[in-house]
Design a protein around this ligand. Structure first.
Ligand code: NAG
Ligand code: NAG
Ligand code: NAG
Ligand code: NAG
Ligand code: NAG
Ligand code: NAG
Ligand code: NAG
Ligand code: NAG
Length: 325
């Protein structure tokens, strides 16, 4: 299972616990199992198309109706008081799922590094996310985003090699000594905000803060530093992210993260040879090798719409119905 953990005192505790969901072994069926029509396909306003599926109470629960492919099971949990529901992958909220792009958006906790008034020291709360052994990896459109006035944060990860990078955010350049005066809305270029790209194929990362850069001296305006790997397609820096009330509060503690997923870890050429596991079962579907690590996804052929992972003609890829005038 993926781990998504915080460790207040020790970074080592961000470590991993990984396991791979294996298919039950039996007499090889002529085609992959099909999901039952009883499966729930919506949760809290989010569409849950196959290969995703709701398999509560946990993502590895037995799935006699084959609602989800292994690794794509979600839970539909009650959140809030008025019975609202939200899909989760383990403890990560799932915002949306795209079959056409082979992507999903999840919410990831923001790592914080705050001045503690009581101890007069700094409290790191670093987070990490380990997706090794799952169908997911981080899309390379995410940016490691670091916010603060006296901050150096590192991202460590793994793809084919170990990987470490970092980002510095400062805002104390002004001679008047006010941390706020150098900041400007809409600009993430090192002043209060820094962003850096990540390599392809990354499926594990963790954050750490450099204790040599901290906000103890400026805690009345900027008590905290923040860092998170996030989808920046909608991100606009606000001066209040680096000062009070702060980025974490504005985002409710979580930031959206785009993950790419694959339905098998072979190439299309290799996957096509095994008809009992090949996932692109719809007529008029095609196979695409992932651009972000090993594996493949399916898509409807040009001019067709539907779900390439479903064989039945009603839900699989079909020519769009003509609209009446
Ligand atoms: C979702 O609900 C299940 C069953 O009640 C529970 O085991 C699980 O921890 C919940 N997950 C989250 C993320 O709240
Ligand atoms: C899948 O097909 C749709 C429509 O033809 C296209 O817009 C989309 O980009 C394709 N997806 C990928 C990952 O190429
Ligand atoms: C920290 O302490 C100072 C002075 O003791 C006080 O003015 C400030 O409000 C405190 N900040 C927080 C976040 O408690
Ligand atoms: C940035 O925008 C916020 C409102 O979104 C405003 O309160 C703040 O004063 C602006 N900061 C600057 C430096 O213009
Ligand atoms: C961007 O923000 C707008 C308004 O808050 C929202 O409707 C839209 O879904 C967001 N798009 C993405 C990709 O997050
Ligand atoms: C960040 O936000 C989360 C959720 O609101 C909260 O639990 C956490 O205490 C906040 N951390 C800081 C340092 O503000
Ligand atoms: C990837 O392939 C290995 C064997 O080569 C298999 O054990 C594992 O389950 C596969 N992982 C996924 C996510 O399909
Ligand atoms: C084909 O896929 C099935 C189901 O995943 C698996 O049990 C079988 O070993 C595969 N066959 C070959 C030749 O790889």
């Amino acid at each position: 299972m993926p781990s998504h953990r915080s460790a207040a005192a020790s970074l080592l505790a961000v470590w991993l616990c990984l396991g791979v969901a294996l298919l039950g072994v039996g007499a090889a069926p002529p085609a992959p199992p099909r999901p039952s029509s009883r499966c729930q396909r919506e949760c809290g306003g989010v569409d849950i198309p196959y290969p995703f599926g709701i398999v509560g109470p946990g993502p590895e629960s037995p799935d006699p109706d084959n609602c989800a492919m292994p690794g794509f099971g979600l839970t539909c949990n009650e959140t809030g008081v008025n019975g609202g529901r939200t899909p989760f992958y383990y403890d990560l909220e799932v915002v949306d799922v795209s079959l056409q792009q082979g992507q999903a958006r999840m919410k990831m906790s923001i790592s914080t590094y705050c001045y503690n008034n009581a101890t007069q020291g700094m409290d790191p709360v670093p987070w990490g996310l380990d997706l090794t052994g799952t169908p997911y990896r981080f899309a390379d459109t995410n940016k490691f985003t670091v916010i603060g006035c006296q901050t150096l944060a590192y991202i460590e990860g793994a793809h084919t090699h170990e990987y470490t990078s970092g980002c510095v955010a400062m805002c104390r350049a002004e001679s008047d000594g006010d941390a706020r005066s150098a900041l400007s809305n809409g600009s993430c270029s090192g002043i209060g905000c820094c962003q850096t790209a990540i390599p392809r194929g990354l499926d594990y990362y963790r954050v750490s803060f450099d204790s040599g850069f901290n906000t103890a001296e400026i805690h009345d305006v900027s008590p905290c530093s923040y860092a998170v790997l996030m989808d920046v397609s909608n991100f606009t820096f606000q001066t209040t992210y680096a000062t009070l009330p702060g980025f974490n509060t504005t985002y409710g503690g979580v930031a959206p993260l785009v993950v790419d997923w694959v339905v098998g870890n072979q190439t299309c050429d290799a996957a096509r040879k095994n008809s009992s596991s090949y996932a692109c079962v719809s007529d008029h579907s095609e196979c695409l090798d992932s651009l972000n690590g090993p594996g493949y996804i399916c898509n409807c052929s040009k001019g067709f719409q539907g779900n390439p992972y479903l064989q039945d003609p009603e839900h699989g890829c079909k020519a769009p119905a003509r609209t009446r005038e």
